[in-house]
Design a protein around this ligand. Structure first.
Ligand SMILES: C[S@@+](CC[C@H](N)C(=O)[O-])C[C@H]1O[C@@H](n2cnc3c(N)ncnc32)[C@H](O)[C@@H]1O
Length: 194
């Protein structure tokens, strides 16, 4: 398994190298350079980006407005089913409930609770690490991505996959779930007021 540098890409590995790599069936990346790029499945694509700890090309962060903050936008086409992004951060195994006193309100919104193989986890993405996954906003009406859990080396990784074609300029979104998120109420209130 590759070790990531603080910049998120292993030392000496360029983006071109990354594109030239091939994942084996266990999701491990061989560092052997291959001349001919093999077509990878969305699962293999996700595994490669997880192992390299880098975001995919064809996406960028944009400031939307003061209400919504930043978001992630496509700069290239994505097809339905494609791997889009990993929601990276610090994985916490939750044997007992997380002590939320360690997080202020702006940090707590980056905590993603999930279950995998009968165990509870929290992905803490509260640290500003320049990764894009943590900046993807919620859409409970027409999201274009869905979160799935990919297991690598016995550890779960949260990945977004496109559930419809995404064109350049479109914001990448997924449904955060059924909680009573405040911004959803604000949208409902805005519709009722107008
Ligand atoms: C995981 S962060 C997403 C990135 C965030 N927009 C930012 O600039 O850091 C979640 C926060 O984004 C905002 N957000 C997410 N989806 C939203 C939506 N549909 N409408 C308004 N605000 C949203 C809320 O402030 C929420 O607490």
């Amino acid at each position: 398994m590759l070790e990531g540098t603080t910049a998120g890409r292993p030392e000496g590995v360029t983006f071109k190298d990354e594109m030239d790599h091939i994942g084996d069936h266990n999701g491990e990346i061989t560092m052997e350079r291959v001349r001919k790029r093999k077509r990878v499945t969305p699962q293999q694509d996700a595994e490669q980006h997880i192992c390299l700890k880098i975001d995919k090309a064809g996406l960028e962060e944009r400031f939307i407005n003061l209400h919504k903050g930043r978001g992630v936008f496509a700069t290239e086409d994505f097809r339905k089913g494609d791997f889009v992004l990993e929601y990276r951060g610090n994985l916490l195994k939750q044997d007992s409930p997380l002590d939320l006193r360690h997080y202020d309100d702006t940090e707590a919104v980056f905590l993603f609770d999930f279950k995998w193989k009968g165990k509870s986890y929290c992905l803490d993405a509260s640290v500003e690490d320049k990764s894009l996954g943590r900046l993807v906003n919620d859409d409970n009406k027409k999201p274009n991505c869905k979160m799935k859990t990919i297991g690598i080396g016995g550890m779960p990784h949260l990945c977004l996959f496109a559930i419809k074609d995404i064109t350049p300029g479109e914001e990448v979104t997924y449904n955060y779930g059924n909680a009573d998120w405040p911004w959803r109420k604000q949208v409902r209130q805005h519709i009722m007021d107008n």
